[in-house]
Design a protein around this ligand. Structure first.
Ligand code: URA
Length: 420
């Protein structure tokens, strides 16, 4: 295999064969292709794209670069969800236990926060004792016993993705639809799911800024999944404001836990139910639809959540409950805009997120919204809060991210589209 031939073909806009893609990925993982040649190939893919077959081969090659979970059979249909990440997105914390309560098996391999996007593992590590690193046999045991687990993908899962992502990150090639598709799917396919639902966030707090971009990624994820025999659907969902009222690690775990007892906040509950509905339909289990909401908010899913965390070494009862300091609304009117991206950045400056992979996180740093877009607020009411600000400028900065206008704004739907 001559990498030059493969790079030149892609540079000239020609399709690569299955063998060429497999050879390239295998050789790169074996350190037989240098970073400069792989970077050139990534840039050629970024600029010239890949057709559906090539994307499928790349996904398979990345999947085959590592291990796959071998779960003991007979303990429920394996399903999962992948979110492209957003501000305040804690859906996994509700969805995994909900599906487990309904008899599904959810070996959810999740990630950490990077940049403005939060990470499920960082959230769960706010729980004292929680272990995010599990061996394949522990994943098997815990999902056999409780139906769900949320943990990190070990280095043995899709190692090609880790190596390629590191290069993409420093060569301005992250934002390529075929590369994103293969990266997401190689990790999810390692779980061997029967069905998967994608939550593709769209808006200024998300990777995909416009509905058109989000649909393009959705199409690619669904079509590539289909070619690989995996049943998949996607919801395009609004990220023009944070999901729920809490943004941070500890505070999002608490919000998810309370939501499973009280049925609020509305957007978090509705999105969780919508994603679960897609999985019920794809697996032919619509008979479970009537019990979905009750299972989520009656305490059943909450007990399952607590059980899952306990099996992973954590004690939810020990979750810290940070104190809040609030900023008042400067005027009367309607909330017309919330700068999600700005809020994500503010959390990073408070220590609650990271710009570099190796950075430490302050789990208790958090932001709380008291109002969402469309809500009426009066001057002097507590608009939003932060946990232990270092100075008042943090609160002023937060207040500046919430726009209040005299007229009620037009509301955007939470679920913009469903893709099949
Ligand atoms: N998430 C991933 O796992 N990979 C990407 O390339 C982008 C988002």
């Amino acid at each position: 295999m001559n990498p030059l031939v493969i790079i030149s073909r892609k540079r000239d806009g020609l399709a690569l064969t299955r063998d060429q893609i497999f050879d390239c990925i295998t050789a790169y993982v074996a350190e037989e292709i240098p970073d400069y040649q792989m970077s050139a190939l990534l840039m050629a893919i970024y600029l010239k794209g890949m057709n559906a077959d090539e994307t499928c081969y790349l996904t398979e090659a990345m999947l085959c670069s590592g291990d796959q979970l071998a779960l003991t059979e007979g303990h429920g249909i394996v399903v999962d969800k992948h979110s492209t990440g957003g501000i305040g997105d804690k859906v996994s914390l509700l969805l995994a236990p909900l599906l487990a309560c309904l008899g599904f098996r959810v070996p959810m391999l999740s990630g950490r926060s990077l940049g403005i996007t939060g990470g499920t593992l960082d959230k769960l590590e706010s729980v004292p004792g929680f272990r995010a690193t599990l061996s394949p046999s522990e994943i098997d045991e815990i999902t056999t016993a409780t139906g769900c687990v949320i943990c990190g993908a070990s280095d043995a899962i899709a190692p090609a993705d880790k190596l390629l992502y590191r290069l993409r990150d420093v060569t301005a090639t992250v934002g390529s639809i075929p590369l994103i598709t293969a990266s997401i799917l190689a990790k999810k396919l390692a779980e061997n799911p029967a069905a998967i639902v994608f939550d593709i966030k769209c808006g200024h707090g998300a990777l995909m800024k416009t509905p058109a971009m989000a649909r393009e990624l959705g199409r690619s994820l669904i079509d590539t999944s289909g070619l690989l025999g995996l049943s998949a659907r996607a919801l395009i969902t609004d990220m023009s404001q944070p999901l729920g009222m809490m943004i941070g690690n500890t505070v999002e775990v608490r919000e998810a836990w309370v939501a499973m007892e009280q049925g609020e906040p509305h957007d978090l509950i509705e999105l969780t139910l919508a994603l679960a509905t897609q999985l019920l339909e794809m697996t032919g289990r619509q008979d479970l639809q009537p019990s979905l909401r009750k299972t989520l908010v009656s305490g059943e899913a909450s007990r399952k959540f607590q059980e899952m965390i306990a099996r992973q070494g954590g004690d939810l009862e020990q979750l810290p409950d940070p104190a809040w300091e609030y900023v008042e609304s400067p005027q009367t009117g309607y909330v017309s805009d919330i700068d999600s991206e700005g809020i994500g950045r503010l959390l990073i400056t408070m220590g609650g997120g990271r710009m570099r992979k190796e950075a430490e996180i302050n789990h208790e740093a958090g932001i709380k919204l008291n109002y969402k877009i469309g809500d009426q607020v009066r001057k002097g009411q507590l608009l939003a809060g932060v946990t232990s600000p270092s100075d008042s400028s943090v609160l002023d900065c937060l207040a500046s991210m919430i726009t209040i206008e005299p007229e009620s704004p037009e509301l955007r739907p939470l679920i913009i589209d469903t893709m099949y």
